[in-house]
Design a protein around this ligand. Structure first.
Ligand SMILES: *Cc1c(COP(=O)(O)O)cnc(C)c1O
Length: 419
């Protein structure tokens, strides 16, 4: 790929982009009466224009059908979670029986840890990355305590080498091997939310299994953003939220994956509710939980239709665009952003996200030694939404469904002309 730092080149790329028109399927917030350029899809994806009619459909069916909607709504509510399996299986790379939607991310992380984190006196440790997303840290800390262990002893955090910002796979493997006798679980973010680093999930999973432990990943920043092969990589379980790259809306229903060797085995322990029960037996109102022989066996409560409708509408856009097309545009768009940033060597900043395209998704995290906050403000004033995290990090995520090469070029132009 050879790039040029010019608006003309950016516009040429947009004219060749098969997905360029998808931008028009989304609503953009406005600043000074104009659509913003939105680089925060890693925090909250934009609303597709099809979301409102999709929710309206469910409201109408509820209004007109009442209880009958469970079986006779346009999208019968009884089977609502089934509608996600096909597209999510493609997005996270697994079999349809291995995926479901329910609750939200941290809740699902707790529930799956209840299934998979079975500490014993000898094997009780959990490995995670240092500086993991706070919710994951709290979940792990309180699970450890729940089982009567002490956090200091049980939680092992992997940190970058001195002077580095991201983790080396060999260092992750080394920590797993050093603790091979005592680890129960490895729980990493698939992509670290701060640095944008995508971990080598396959290699980490292999090393974890060799150590006799469970390999799990929080895919909040990875689902819908990078190519995943959860089944082939033999990952034991994974959870994600649907409001970042998946554009499911604030607090959207979360997703989870459980490898079929557990998911198809109804005897795998889980905390149950009637929605995870075998459908034929559910309404017999009898004692004795009979788990569905798939990931849906982890469902607990009645599907949250109004919430799920938004994600359903969003995933239809992923289907229409084709996930492979989304990924290849994303790789090029982020590479273009990186190329442009490399032209600004005089500016005092560092791209902390890995340069290797296989070790990142859409996001680049820029560490500005000075003026980080000021740059973010200037971007906002210019109609570009980027986020800022202390100390000095601006995260930019050009989500391929609604960001263009021209958008990326505008960001560069403002940096170049003002700082
Ligand atoms: C966004 C994010 C969360 C948020 O969890 P919720 O339960 O959906 O609020 C958790 N973990 C990671 C790594 C995230 O990026």
């Amino acid at each position: 790929m050879s790039f040029e730092a010019s608006m003309q080149f950016a516009q040429l790329k947009d004219s060749e982009d098969k997905l360029a028109a998808f931008k028009h399927k989304f609503y953009f917030p406005q600043i000074n009466g104009k659509d913003v350029i939105y680089f925060c899809g890693n925090s909250l994806g934009l609303q597709a224009k099809t979301v409102q009619p999709a929710i309206q459909q469910e409201l109408d069916d509820w209004k007109n059908l009442g209880i009958a909607g469970f079986l006779t709504a346009k999208n019968p509510w009884m089977y609502y979670q089934e509608y996600f399996k096909n597209s999510l299986a493609k997005i996270v790379g697994c079999k349809e029986d291995e995926v479901t939607v329910m609750n939200s991310l941290t809740v699902n992380l707790h529930l799956l840890m209840l299934t998979f984190y079975k500490p014993t006196a000898a094997r009780f440790k959990i490995i995670m990355e240092a500086g993991a997303f706070p919710s994951d840290q709290y979940a792990v800390e309180t699970q450890v305590k729940h089982h009567g262990f002490n956090t200091e002893a049980a939680v092992i955090e992997i940190s970058p080498r001195a002077g580095e910002k991201t983790l080396k796979t060999e260092d992750i493997i080394a920590v797993i091997e050093e603790n091979a006798e005592s680890i129960a679980l490895v729980m990493l973010g698939g992509i670290n939310y701060y640095t944008g680093q995508l971990f080598d999930i396959k290699t980490i999973t292999e090393a974890t299994h060799k150590a006799g432990a469970i390999a799990s990943f929080d895919l909040a920043h990875a689902a819908g953003n990078v190519s995943l092969k959860l089944h082939d990589w033999n990952v034991d379980f994974a959870v994600w939220c649907s409001y970042k790259y998946l554009n499911g809306g604030p607090g959207a229903v979360g997703g989870l994956y459980v490898h079929e060797k557990y998911a198809t085995d109804p005897s795998t322990p889980r905390f149950a509710g009637w929605w995870g029960n075998d459908e034929d037996a559910r309404f017999k109102m009898e004692k004795g939980f009979i788990a569905k022989p798939n990931a849906s066996g982890w469902n607990i409560s009645t599907a949250q239709i109004l919430n799920m409708a938004a994600l359903k509408a969003s995933l239809e856009i992923f289907e229409e665009a084709g996930f492979e097309n989304i990924l290849s545009k994303s790789e090029e768009l982020t590479a273009y952003l990186e190329f442009l940033l490399q032209q600004l060597r005089d500016l005092n900043f560092e791209i902390i996200t890995p340069e290797d395209r296989k070790s990142r998704g859409a996001q680049l995290s820029l560490y500005f030694r000075v003026k980080g906050k000021e740059i973010q403000q200037k971007m906002l004033d210019s109609g570009i939404v980027v986020d800022y995290r202390e100390p000095g990090v601006i995260r930019i995520a050009p989500a391929p469904l609604y960001c263009s090469f021209e958008d990326v070029y505008r960001f560069y132009e403002i940096l170049r002309n003002n700082f």
